[in-house]
Design a protein. Structure first.
Length: 319
Protein backbone atom coordinates (compact mmCIF):
# COMPACT_ATOMS: atom_id res chain seq x y z
CA UNK A 1 0.00 0.00 0.00
CA UNK A 2 1.35 3.40 -1.01
CA UNK A 3 1.66 5.69 1.98
CA UNK A 4 0.14 9.16 1.69
CA UNK A 5 2.04 12.38 2.37
CA UNK A 6 -0.94 13.75 4.29
CA UNK A 7 -3.59 12.49 6.70
CA UNK A 8 -7.26 12.15 5.91
CA UNK A 9 -9.41 13.18 8.86
CA UNK A 10 -12.02 10.51 8.14
CA UNK A 11 -9.54 7.70 8.70
CA UNK A 12 -8.43 9.09 12.06
CA UNK A 13 -12.01 9.76 13.16
CA UNK A 14 -12.94 6.19 12.35
CA UNK A 15 -9.88 4.94 14.21
CA UNK A 16 -10.89 6.96 17.27
CA UNK A 17 -14.40 5.51 17.33
CA UNK A 18 -12.97 2.00 17.45
CA UNK A 19 -10.27 2.64 20.05
CA UNK A 20 -11.74 4.04 23.27
CA UNK A 21 -11.53 7.70 22.22
CA UNK A 22 -14.70 9.62 23.14
CA UNK A 23 -14.03 12.72 21.02
CA UNK A 24 -11.36 13.77 18.57
CA UNK A 25 -10.45 17.05 16.88
CA UNK A 26 -7.77 18.55 14.66
CA UNK A 27 -5.83 21.81 14.48
CA UNK A 28 -2.77 23.33 12.91
CA UNK A 29 0.46 23.46 14.89
CA UNK A 30 0.60 27.18 15.61
CA UNK A 31 1.97 29.11 18.62
CA UNK A 32 -1.21 29.77 20.58
CA UNK A 33 -0.89 27.08 23.23
CA UNK A 34 -1.09 29.23 26.31
CA UNK A 35 -3.94 31.69 26.70
CA UNK A 36 -1.58 34.45 27.79
CA UNK A 37 -4.41 36.78 28.81
CA UNK A 38 -5.70 34.33 31.40
CA UNK A 39 -2.19 33.33 32.41
CA UNK A 40 -1.02 36.92 32.92
CA UNK A 41 -4.19 37.75 34.85
CA UNK A 42 -3.68 34.77 37.18
CA UNK A 43 -0.02 35.66 37.62
CA UNK A 44 -0.86 39.28 38.48
CA UNK A 45 -3.47 38.16 41.01
CA UNK A 46 -1.07 35.66 42.62
CA UNK A 47 -3.29 32.70 41.70
CA UNK A 48 -0.72 30.56 39.92
CA UNK A 49 -0.07 27.00 40.96
CA UNK A 50 3.38 26.06 42.19
CA UNK A 51 3.33 23.42 39.44
CA UNK A 52 2.94 25.86 36.53
CA UNK A 53 5.71 25.75 33.95
CA UNK A 54 5.09 28.38 31.29
CA UNK A 55 6.72 27.70 27.95
CA UNK A 56 6.80 31.18 26.44
CA UNK A 57 9.23 30.16 23.68
CA UNK A 58 6.85 27.51 22.35
CA UNK A 59 9.79 25.56 20.93
CA UNK A 60 7.75 22.37 21.03
CA UNK A 61 5.90 23.23 17.79
CA UNK A 62 9.03 23.38 15.65
CA UNK A 63 8.95 20.66 13.02
CA UNK A 64 5.24 19.84 13.47
CA UNK A 65 2.41 20.73 11.12
CA UNK A 66 -0.76 19.28 12.61
CA UNK A 67 -2.16 18.29 16.00
CA UNK A 68 -4.74 15.65 16.84
CA UNK A 69 -6.47 16.28 20.15
CA UNK A 70 -8.43 13.58 21.98
CA UNK A 71 -10.87 13.42 24.88
CA UNK A 72 -11.24 10.27 26.98
CA UNK A 73 -14.04 10.13 29.55
CA UNK A 74 -13.41 9.17 33.16
CA UNK A 75 -16.03 8.34 35.81
CA UNK A 76 -18.56 11.04 36.60
CA UNK A 77 -18.63 11.02 40.39
CA UNK A 78 -22.38 11.81 40.32
CA UNK A 79 -23.10 8.38 38.87
CA UNK A 80 -20.17 6.10 38.19
CA UNK A 81 -19.45 4.45 41.50
CA UNK A 82 -18.72 0.74 41.46
CA UNK A 83 -21.33 -1.55 42.91
CA UNK A 84 -22.21 -0.66 46.52
CA UNK A 85 -19.59 2.08 46.48
CA UNK A 86 -22.03 4.93 46.97
CA UNK A 87 -22.41 3.73 50.55
CA UNK A 88 -19.84 5.54 52.65
CA UNK A 89 -17.74 3.43 55.00
CA UNK A 90 -19.15 2.94 58.47
CA UNK A 91 -17.23 3.07 61.73
CA UNK A 92 -13.98 4.24 60.13
CA UNK A 93 -12.44 7.64 59.64
CA UNK A 94 -12.13 8.08 55.89
CA UNK A 95 -11.03 10.55 53.25
CA UNK A 96 -12.04 10.80 49.60
CA UNK A 97 -10.12 10.72 46.33
CA UNK A 98 -11.45 12.74 43.39
CA UNK A 99 -12.60 10.78 40.36
CA UNK A 100 -9.71 12.14 38.28
CA UNK A 101 -7.53 9.73 40.25
CA UNK A 102 -9.71 6.62 40.08
CA UNK A 103 -8.49 3.50 38.33
CA UNK A 104 -5.34 3.37 36.25
CA UNK A 105 -3.20 6.52 35.99
CA UNK A 106 -4.65 8.54 33.12
CA UNK A 107 -1.19 9.67 32.00
CA UNK A 108 -0.34 6.05 31.25
CA UNK A 109 -3.70 5.28 29.64
CA UNK A 110 -3.78 8.28 27.30
CA UNK A 111 -0.13 7.99 26.35
CA UNK A 112 -0.73 4.37 25.37
CA UNK A 113 -3.81 5.36 23.33
CA UNK A 114 -1.83 8.08 21.55
CA UNK A 115 1.16 5.81 20.97
CA UNK A 116 -1.09 3.26 19.31
CA UNK A 117 -2.66 6.02 17.23
CA UNK A 118 0.78 7.22 16.15
CA UNK A 119 1.66 3.69 15.00
CA UNK A 120 -1.55 3.52 13.01
CA UNK A 121 -0.88 6.89 11.37
CA UNK A 122 2.65 5.81 10.48
CA UNK A 123 1.21 2.74 8.80
CA UNK A 124 -0.97 4.84 6.47
CA UNK A 125 1.17 7.95 5.97
CA UNK A 126 4.69 9.31 5.73
CA UNK A 127 4.71 10.57 9.31
CA UNK A 128 8.18 10.27 10.83
CA UNK A 129 8.19 12.61 13.77
CA UNK A 130 5.54 12.89 16.49
CA UNK A 131 5.18 14.19 20.03
CA UNK A 132 2.70 13.19 22.72
CA UNK A 133 1.41 15.59 25.37
CA UNK A 134 -0.68 14.38 28.33
CA UNK A 135 -0.66 16.90 31.16
CA UNK A 136 3.08 16.58 31.71
CA UNK A 137 4.44 19.22 29.33
CA UNK A 138 4.35 23.04 29.39
CA UNK A 139 1.47 22.97 26.91
CA UNK A 140 -2.11 23.82 27.84
CA UNK A 141 -4.09 20.84 26.57
CA UNK A 142 -7.32 22.65 27.46
CA UNK A 143 -6.39 25.40 25.04
CA UNK A 144 -5.54 22.84 22.38
CA UNK A 145 -8.92 21.14 22.88
CA UNK A 146 -10.78 24.44 22.54
CA UNK A 147 -8.87 25.27 19.36
CA UNK A 148 -9.68 21.80 18.05
CA UNK A 149 -13.39 22.51 18.47
CA UNK A 150 -13.87 20.03 21.31
CA UNK A 151 -15.46 22.38 23.83
CA UNK A 152 -15.11 25.59 25.78
CA UNK A 153 -13.47 26.69 29.02
CA UNK A 154 -16.32 26.69 31.52
CA UNK A 155 -16.78 28.97 34.48
CA UNK A 156 -15.34 26.17 36.61
CA UNK A 157 -12.15 26.57 34.47
CA UNK A 158 -12.46 23.04 33.07
CA UNK A 159 -12.92 22.12 29.43
CA UNK A 160 -16.59 21.31 28.88
CA UNK A 161 -17.72 19.24 25.91
CA UNK A 162 -21.40 19.47 24.98
CA UNK A 163 -21.80 15.69 24.71
CA UNK A 164 -19.32 14.52 27.35
CA UNK A 165 -19.37 17.24 30.01
CA UNK A 166 -16.14 17.98 31.85
CA UNK A 167 -15.19 14.58 33.27
CA UNK A 168 -12.70 14.09 30.45
CA UNK A 169 -8.94 13.73 30.13
CA UNK A 170 -7.21 15.53 27.27
CA UNK A 171 -4.28 14.34 25.20
CA UNK A 172 -2.58 15.61 22.06
CA UNK A 173 -0.55 14.03 19.26
CA UNK A 174 1.70 16.36 17.26
CA UNK A 175 2.47 15.17 13.74
CA UNK A 176 4.97 16.30 11.11
CA UNK A 177 2.56 15.94 8.17
CA UNK A 178 -0.44 17.88 6.89
CA UNK A 179 -3.97 16.82 7.71
CA UNK A 180 -6.08 16.92 4.56
CA UNK A 181 -8.80 19.60 4.46
CA UNK A 182 -7.96 20.94 7.90
CA UNK A 183 -10.31 23.81 8.63
CA UNK A 184 -10.44 26.53 11.26
CA UNK A 185 -12.73 25.48 14.11
CA UNK A 186 -15.41 27.70 15.60
CA UNK A 187 -14.16 28.43 19.12
CA UNK A 188 -16.64 31.18 19.98
CA UNK A 189 -19.33 28.97 21.51
CA UNK A 190 -19.83 29.22 25.26
CA UNK A 191 -22.75 27.36 26.74
CA UNK A 192 -22.38 28.28 30.41
CA UNK A 193 -24.79 31.18 29.97
CA UNK A 194 -25.92 32.80 33.21
CA UNK A 195 -25.29 29.64 35.25
CA UNK A 196 -22.99 30.10 38.24
CA UNK A 197 -23.58 26.87 40.14
CA UNK A 198 -19.88 26.01 40.15
CA UNK A 199 -18.92 29.47 41.44
CA UNK A 200 -21.50 29.44 44.23
CA UNK A 201 -20.82 25.81 45.20
CA UNK A 202 -17.05 26.11 45.57
CA UNK A 203 -16.49 25.75 49.33
CA UNK A 204 -13.50 28.12 49.28
CA UNK A 205 -14.73 30.52 46.54
CA UNK A 206 -11.62 29.84 44.49
CA UNK A 207 -13.15 30.58 41.07
CA UNK A 208 -12.45 34.02 39.63
CA UNK A 209 -15.33 34.39 37.19
CA UNK A 210 -13.88 37.44 35.45
CA UNK A 211 -11.27 35.42 33.57
CA UNK A 212 -12.35 31.87 34.53
CA UNK A 213 -9.20 31.09 36.46
CA UNK A 214 -8.63 29.44 39.82
CA UNK A 215 -7.02 30.95 42.86
CA UNK A 216 -4.82 27.96 43.60
CA UNK A 217 -4.02 29.35 47.05
CA UNK A 218 -7.63 28.45 47.90
CA UNK A 219 -8.63 25.69 45.48
CA UNK A 220 -9.02 22.38 47.34
CA UNK A 221 -7.86 20.35 44.36
CA UNK A 222 -4.62 22.31 44.34
CA UNK A 223 -4.19 22.61 48.11
CA UNK A 224 -4.61 18.86 48.64
CA UNK A 225 -1.60 18.43 46.33
CA UNK A 226 0.66 20.94 48.07
CA UNK A 227 3.18 19.94 50.72
CA UNK A 228 1.84 22.67 52.98
CA UNK A 229 -1.77 23.86 53.06
CA UNK A 230 -2.03 27.66 52.93
CA UNK A 231 -4.41 28.59 55.79
CA UNK A 232 -6.58 27.21 58.58
CA UNK A 233 -9.59 28.32 56.52
CA UNK A 234 -8.58 25.95 53.72
CA UNK A 235 -7.70 23.20 56.20
CA UNK A 236 -11.18 23.48 57.69
CA UNK A 237 -12.70 23.05 54.21
CA UNK A 238 -10.54 20.01 53.56
CA UNK A 239 -11.87 18.55 56.79
CA UNK A 240 -15.48 19.40 55.86
CA UNK A 241 -15.26 17.92 52.34
CA UNK A 242 -12.99 15.04 53.39
CA UNK A 243 -10.86 15.24 50.24
CA UNK A 244 -7.42 13.67 50.61
CA UNK A 245 -6.62 14.26 46.95
CA UNK A 246 -8.35 16.53 44.46
CA UNK A 247 -11.92 17.86 44.50
CA UNK A 248 -14.97 17.17 42.31
CA UNK A 249 -17.42 19.77 43.62
CA UNK A 250 -17.35 22.34 40.80
CA UNK A 251 -17.83 19.54 38.26
CA UNK A 252 -20.50 17.63 40.21
CA UNK A 253 -22.85 20.64 40.23
CA UNK A 254 -22.36 21.49 36.54
CA UNK A 255 -25.55 20.89 34.48
CA UNK A 256 -23.40 19.56 31.63
CA UNK A 257 -22.47 16.67 33.94
CA UNK A 258 -26.08 15.83 34.84
CA UNK A 259 -26.22 12.74 32.64
CA UNK A 260 -24.40 9.44 33.00
CA UNK A 261 -21.97 8.75 30.17
CA UNK A 262 -19.76 5.87 29.10
CA UNK A 263 -16.20 6.07 30.45
CA UNK A 264 -13.04 4.12 29.77
CA UNK A 265 -13.23 0.93 31.89
CA UNK A 266 -9.58 1.30 32.90
CA UNK A 267 -10.72 4.16 35.16
CA UNK A 268 -13.23 2.08 37.12
CA UNK A 269 -11.99 2.20 40.73
CA UNK A 270 -12.10 -0.20 43.58
CA UNK A 271 -13.98 0.91 46.66
CA UNK A 272 -10.78 1.39 48.66
CA UNK A 273 -9.50 3.78 45.97
CA UNK A 274 -12.44 6.12 46.52
CA UNK A 275 -12.70 6.05 50.30
CA UNK A 276 -9.36 5.92 52.08
CA UNK A 277 -9.09 4.61 55.64
CA UNK A 278 -7.18 7.46 57.28
CA UNK A 279 -5.88 5.45 60.23
CA UNK A 280 -4.40 2.91 57.84
CA UNK A 281 -3.05 5.66 55.58
CA UNK A 282 -1.14 7.25 58.45
CA UNK A 283 0.66 3.95 59.05
CA UNK A 284 1.68 3.37 55.42
CA UNK A 285 5.37 3.07 54.59
CA UNK A 286 6.66 4.39 51.28
CA UNK A 287 6.70 0.88 49.84
CA UNK A 288 3.21 -0.07 51.07
CA UNK A 289 1.78 3.24 49.84
CA UNK A 290 3.27 2.66 46.41
CA UNK A 291 2.03 -0.91 46.37
CA UNK A 292 -1.56 0.08 47.25
CA UNK A 293 -1.89 3.41 45.44
CA UNK A 294 1.03 3.67 43.00
CA UNK A 295 -1.17 2.93 39.98
CA UNK A 296 -3.36 5.98 40.70
CA UNK A 297 -2.55 9.33 39.08
CA UNK A 298 -2.91 11.07 42.44
CA UNK A 299 -0.10 9.04 43.97
CA UNK A 300 2.47 11.25 42.22
CA UNK A 301 2.37 13.65 45.17
CA UNK A 302 3.49 10.87 47.48
CA UNK A 303 2.57 9.43 50.84
CA UNK A 304 3.41 12.50 52.94
CA UNK A 305 1.01 14.81 51.10
CA UNK A 306 -1.88 12.35 51.43
CA UNK A 307 -1.05 11.85 55.10
CA UNK A 308 -0.95 15.61 55.62
CA UNK A 309 -4.52 15.85 54.33
CA UNK A 310 -5.59 12.83 56.36
CA UNK A 311 -4.30 14.48 59.53
CA UNK A 312 -6.16 17.66 58.57
CA UNK A 313 -9.43 15.72 58.36
CA UNK A 314 -8.82 14.41 61.88
CA UNK A 315 -8.13 17.89 63.32
CA UNK A 316 -10.53 19.48 65.81
CA UNK A 317 -10.93 23.07 64.62
CA UNK A 318 -13.31 23.90 67.45
CA UNK A 319 -10.75 23.12 70.10
Amino acid sequence: MKKESFLRKEKILEYGKNNNINALGFLKAEPFFRDMGRYNYAKEKGYLSSFVNINSNLDVIEGYKSIICILVSYPNSNFNFPEEQDKKPENIKYGKISSSSWGKDYHVVLKDILEQMAKYIQSISNMNKYYISVDTSPLSERELAVRAGLGWIGKNTNLINKDLGSFVFIGALFTDIEIFELEENDISNDYCGDCRLCIDSCPVQAIDQKMRVLNTKLCLSQQTQEKDTETDFVKKKIKDTRYIYGCDICQKVCPWNSKERVFNPLFKPKREEVYININELLLESNSSFKRKYGHLSGSWRGKKVWQKNGKTILLDFDG
